[in-house]
Design a binder for this molecule. Sequence first.
Ligand code: 13P
Length: 260
Amino acid sequence: MARRPIIAGNWKMNNNKAAAKELMEGIVNGVKSLDADLMPEVVVAPTFTALWQVQDCIKNEPKIALAAQNVNPNESGAYTGEVSLDMLADFDVKFVIIGHSERRQMFNESDEFINEKAKAILAKGLIPIICCGETLEQREQGVTDAHLASQITKAFEGISASDAAKSVIAYEPIWAIGTGKSCDAVEANRTIGEIRKVIAKLYSADVADKIRILYGGSVKPSTIVEQMAQSEIDGGLIGGASLKADSFVELIKGAMPVSV
Ligand code: 13P
């Protein structure tokens, strides 16, 4: 069965309540006329403080799903500044982004912590979007595939095959994030194919065939069609280009089978 593509907007630390409202109204308006059966799964990940606002904007728009940008895997307690899964359950959050390179690099998040988050998210019936990616140095040293295999193997430790099959992976080469320089689509496809092989080895060909693997890193309306034409790429995790309604809607259209 064909994997349903995903177009996910990671707003990062952008958009207060008013800006979130304006952006969401533009996106909701832009998807109104699109055929739901042909659309990718559309996901929006605002900051925690804008979750209510975004949820309110999409309450009558089932074509758009809500995601959180992070979660703490502990149930509750003395974790100043953190947000639990129980708190996310106050919202219609379906996905949670974890393992983003910005959190790995700036907040020292380890593979083990990301694995804890993945298990906690799945235990609550939500879907983790597990990010992985290499630095420019690693790519130049030729260790990209080994690095990604290690990140993926550690992220999926102790996760069942059925939970793995419903999870989402986002391959985001760090050198392509926010740089305007997207990874060449053919090379992104090859790399994602390697990630799929890791999943096949950890689980089975069936799980590898089901799991959706996105590409992220300077995805733009001008790159999406070529990216979506690749057999291994199941969609995009998008930063900058998800912050404008016009470009995000263009990305959604670019992930549809016929030009609309
Ligand atoms: P950009 O699309 O801004 O490069 O960001 C990608 C990203 O990090 C999405 O999580």
